[in-house]
Design a protein around this ligand. Structure first.
Ligand code: SF4
Length: 288
């Protein structure tokens, strides 16, 4: 006879299947606003000849490459201005005799100031301490120098690598500011060319930290999203060429961290990115 608190199991009844643990709740995913996956080239890649990009579209480069080209750029600009002065000064001297001396002095002082700023930039980057406020460093003159440096690097065929190094320097200085903000105050902007895997990863991060994510098919749309959503900061994803334009246009107005991509299938399609870096940046900005 069985104890009163036990129920007999009929021998013919099949054993009950073991209780399965409840499936884990799916990770929250952010809502995707818009996506296009065609190979419409961004205008920055108009001259692409269809051949595979060097190093499978990975333009990683050490910061010293940027600093070297930035130094050359400052020297080139000073040289061009000096050449122009040399050509026009005889005429200006005929108008007012001391004018050539005044202009030479002004050029020498301007070049000296730029050189001093450049040394402060170098010292800030390598010392780990930003020695100037952001408006005088990465969100100020740096953006202009970055654009001129890109122009100077093009004849050497180093454009993408120099731009990558410049963006890395900019990001390093920007991250050190240690900004904090609410989740709704941050925005993630991604391009239309991400691979499916990368896109899924971005949406997962955006969902985890409850940060809105937008696909900006053109720089103009990116600017419109920023104007309408009025975020306090942006984590933007783009290739080096597009990122340079975006930073030059918008980083002076609000803090932006720019995550560049790898382009293994050529420009404007199936781009991949460093998701761990993106999460680190998002977490750093929205975690109190
Ligand atoms: S971000 Fe993507 S779509 Fe835009 S220009 Fe660069 S590679 Fe092309």
């Amino acid at each position: 006879m069985l104890p009163a608190n036990m129920v007999p199991i009929a021998p013919s009844a099949p054993p009950a299947p073991p209780a399965r643990p409840a499936p884990p709740a799916p990770a929250p995913r952010a809502q995707l606003i818009h996506i296009e996956t065609d190979r419409r080239l961004g205008h920055e890649w108009d001259e692409w000849d269809g051949r595979a990009l060097p190093n499978a579209g990975d333009f990683s480069a050490p910061p010293r490459l940027y600093f070297a080209f930035a130094g050359v750029t400052i020297a080139v600009v000073a040289g061009v201005l000096a050449g122009l002065l040399y050509l026009v000064l005889p005429r200006l001297g005929a108008v007012w005799a001391p004018l050539p001396t005044v202009l030479w002095l002004a050029l020498a002082m301007g070049t000296g100031l730029v050189a001093a700023w450049y040394l402060l930039l170098l010292a800030s980057f390598y010392s780990g301490v930003n020695l100037l406020p952001d408006r005088l460093l990465e969100r100020g003159p740096f953006l202009r120098l970055m654009s001129y440096t890109s122009l100077v690097s093009r004849p050497f065929g180093r454009r993408d690598r120099v731009e990558h190094a410049a963006i890395d320097v900019y990001n390093t200085l920007q991250v050190r500011r240690g900004r904090k903000m609410g989740k709704g105050e941050l925005l993630i902007l991604i391009p239309r060319c991400l691979s499916k895997q990368s896109l899924d990863g971005v949406l997962e991060i955006a969902g985890r930290y409850e940060v809105p994510v937008f696909v900006a098919t053109r720089g103009q749309l990116a600017r419109r999203v920023i104007r309408e959503r009025r975020p306090r900061a942006v984590v933007a994803v783009a290739c080096e060429r597009d990122m340079m334009t975006g930073l030059r246009d918008a980083a002076g107005k609000l803090p932006i961290l720019g995550l560049t991509m790898r382009l293994p299938s050529g420009p404007c399609r199936d781009a991949s990115l460093d998701l761990a870096k993106m999460e680190e940046w998002v977490r750093g900005w929205v975690t109190p």
